[in-house]
Design a protein around this ligand. Structure first.
Ligand code: IVH
Length: 673
């Protein structure tokens, strides 16, 4: 291809995906993939400026408004933002604007705002009354969605919202905000859509856009749309503050919803750490964020820097690494869980997401596969967010070519070959064979894990090997493993065997709540196990307790009570318990025992960076199991910061506040007193 042809093809591709995203609210590729295409187009155009055409997507903003809505002409262009992808990009942005400043080194302060992944709305107020609301459209002309916006409960119909306020806003005021779909509502919303046969929205942004662009505002009203405001587009008959930070508080005073997570940054280093802290936080908040917008606080100065195309120079969007990518679903593998659940896992064409190559992802369960109509051969969207296992969001139905095949439900257990069963009223499919070797391996893995009996030197491979070699027939067999027999295993030298046996021996002293957790009874995790034992005193008493007694315990519901009861009624489980008792494990959780297990009672922890051996989730469980509390951000109330490698801004904040800092081994030392 000649550069001209290549550019032509790229232009077409970018325009097409822009249209899918902005006009149809139904993208076929992820935002990150779009960004990549767009950047390719930009850099090719930079190399061949003579080949830039006026219809190139780089030469215009946004998309054409749909004809079905009245058009609104914006009071001023609704601009976009240039992207930066890392801290280096941020610093080179600063260098670039330095060349336009009277003094390149002049100190600047900034505001860091979460870049909400919703859609821009432009709100016009006359004499304090909301009179018009539009979408961004192509930046100059948008769609009139006033009626729909009126149904958004957080949007002020009249300002100032507080009738006792003596603020008098400009007689004419245009505010910019971002409408979005709260994450906690998104999943359930999509589910109920699918139940009625409608196709699910691919992400919360599309759900927000789809909700706002309804022809019947009653539909919009029924959706949990909300918004945050962050700027003034135009005003007459009054003044607004010159600093962005003051603009945000002015918006708040008038009664507009403003993100509580904006950060004032006295310098660019502070802006860079705002980016770090947001990257950690992004999966913990109730709205989708795809980056952080860094804005020069002095707005007249920022505005004086002008634009590059449709992007003002005075602000930059620092995008987060992608968490979503498209890939091809090559097949579905069935794995057997500890409780016998047959869980489908996606086998994917390798795809890099956030620096990690992903080849497998969870598909949750077969009901979900059916509901989302995921087929083998589909292009699927895969998400990998924080500590969460990568999962398949759904197929891109439009990209099917007809060769896709339905996913077959397993009819038998892949490990033991026994028939798979479906329990009435449950979504999962089970292997019902209590002697299934794979279930046993999973059960042992869980029993020895850190959250349960915490047996050192006992990993998944050891569990699988011992079951395969018939050295373990049930969990209690762990306590009668024979040293000579272990020494016959490949790779098991004296030292390794002794360490393993030492760990097993030490676990006999674990308190009864850990043992109860380790049994892996459905719905009985660390918290429920502790509750049950606090109320009843011992595992023996629990085994005897009637269901009504269990249900009467604070924090125990009928489902849990029933699950506990049926577990203890099972003859095989009774035998297992007898064997564990025989082995000398702790069955009674007397108060004196318990006191020693909560060394962190009353203490608040924050975890940051990469720890030596624990994941952050494991560290959280470790602390909580010992009575401590784990929170997301460092404050004066934090007792300890647990810091691993690459700890970012939380570390500096903790240092500044004089919060005690420990690493992983410091944490375990603390726990052991
Ligand atoms: S400022 C000239 N601030 O991100 C100012 N934009 O890529 C330009 N966005 O189209 C926008 N949160 O839809 C700004 N706190 C925020 C934002 C934000 C989300 C969106 C907005 C814009 C896009 C820019």
């Amino acid at each position: 291809m000649t550069p001209k042809e290549e550019l032509e093809a790229l232009r077409e591709k970018v325009s097409f995906h822009l249209y899918r995203y902005h006009v149809l609210d139904a993208p076929l590729i992820t935002d990150a993939e779009y960004d990549e295409l767009y950047r390719r187009l930009q850099s090719m155009e930079a190399k061949h400026p003579e080949l830039i055409t006026p219809d190139s997507p780089t030469q215009r903003a946004g998309s054409q408004p749909l004809d079905v809505f009245e058009k609104v002409t914006h009071a001023a262009p609704i601009l976009s933002l240039a992207n930066a992808f890392n801290v280096e990009d941020l610093f080179s942005w600063r260098t670039r604007i330095g060349r336009l400043l009277p003094d390149a080194e002049m100190p600047l302060d900034y505001v860091a705002e979460p870049k909400l992944d919703g859609l821009t709305v432009v709100l016009t107020y006359r004499n304090g009354v909301f009179v018009q609301g539009g979408t961004r459209g192509n930046g100059e002309v948008g769609e009139d969605v006033t009626q729909n916006l009126r149904t958004v409960r957080s949007l002020p119909q009249r300002i100032p919202v507080d009738p006792t306020s003596d603020l008098v806003p400009p007689a004419y005021l245009v505010v910019r905000g971002e409408a979005f779909f709260p994450l906690d509502k998104f999943e359930t919303f999509n589910q109920s859509r699918m139940e009625t046969g409608a196709s699910p929205y691919m992400n919360p942004r599309n759900a927000a856009a789809g909700s706002l662009r309804q022809l019947d505002s009653a539909i919009t009203a029924a959706r949990p749309l909300t918004l945050y405001c962050y700027d003034f587009i135009a005003w007459e008959g009054g003044d607004i503050p010159e600093k962005q930070w003051q603009r945000l508080s002015y918006l708040r005073q008038l009664g507009f919803p403003v993100s509580p997570d904006n950060i004032y940054c006295p310098d660019l280093d502070a802006a860079a750490s705002a980016y770090d802290s947001w990257m950690e936080k992004r999966n913990k908040i109730n709205y989708e964020v795809d980056g952080v917008v860094i804005k020069i606080n002095d707005r007249p100065l920022a505005d004086s820097l002008g634009f590059v195309g449709k992007d003002p120079r005075g602000a930059v969007a620092m995008k987060f690494p992608a968490q979503e990518r498209t890939s091809k679903l090559l097949g579905v593998q069935v794995s057997v869980g500890r409780t016998g659940i047959l869980a489908p896992a996606a086998i994917l064409e390798a795809v890099e997401i956030g620096g990690v190559v992903v080849r497998n992802a969870t598909l949750h369960n077969y009901d979900e596969i059916a509901r989302k109509d995921i087929r083998i051969g589909d292009t699927v969207i895969v998400k990998r967010a924080g500590d969460v296992i990568p999962y398949v969001i759904g197929p891109v139905v439009e990209l099917r070519d007809g060769s896709e095949q339905p996913v077959e439900m397993p009819t038998k257990c892949p490990a033991c070959g026994e028939p798979a069963v479906r329990i009435e009223g449950e979504v999962a499919i089970y292997c019902d064979n209590i002697n299934c070797p794979e279930q046993l391996v999973r059960g042992i893995e869980y029993f020895v894990s850190r959250a349960a009996m915490d047996i050192d030197n006992f990993g998944s491979q050891t569990a699988a090997l011992l079951v395969e070699q018939n050295m373990l027939k049930d969990i209690s067999g762990i306590y009668s493993l024979n040293r000579d027999q272990l020494l016959t295993l490949e790779g098991f030298k004296e030292k390794k065997v002794d360490n393993l046996l030492k760990g097993i021996e030490a676990s006999k002293a674990q308190p009864a709540d850990r043992l109860l957790t380790a049994l892996g009874i459905r719905f009985v995790g660390t918290v429920v196990a502790t509750t049950l034992l606090r109320a009843l005193g011992s595992i023996d008493a629990l085994a005897e307790a009637a269901q009504e007694i269990l249900e009467a315990i604070d924090g125990i519901g009928p489902q849990t009570a029933m699950s506990v009861k049926s577990w203890f009624n099972h003859a095989g489980n009774q035998e297992l318990l007898a064997n564990l008792k025989q082995a000398g494990l702790q069955f009674a959780a007397v108060a004196e025992d318990r006191a020693g297990t909560t060394p962190f009672a009353g203490l608040t922890f924050v975890i940051t960076g990469t720890l030596a051996t624990m994941s952050r989730q494991e560290a959280k469980e470790y602390i909580e199991a010992r009575g401590g509390k784990v929170v997301g951000s460092v404050s004066g109330n934090t007792d300890y910061l647990v810091a691993g490698e690459k700890a970012g801004s939380k570390l500096s904040k903790a240092q500044a506040l004089g919060v005690k800092i420990v690493d992983e081994s410091g944490l375990t030392e603390l726990a052991e007193g």
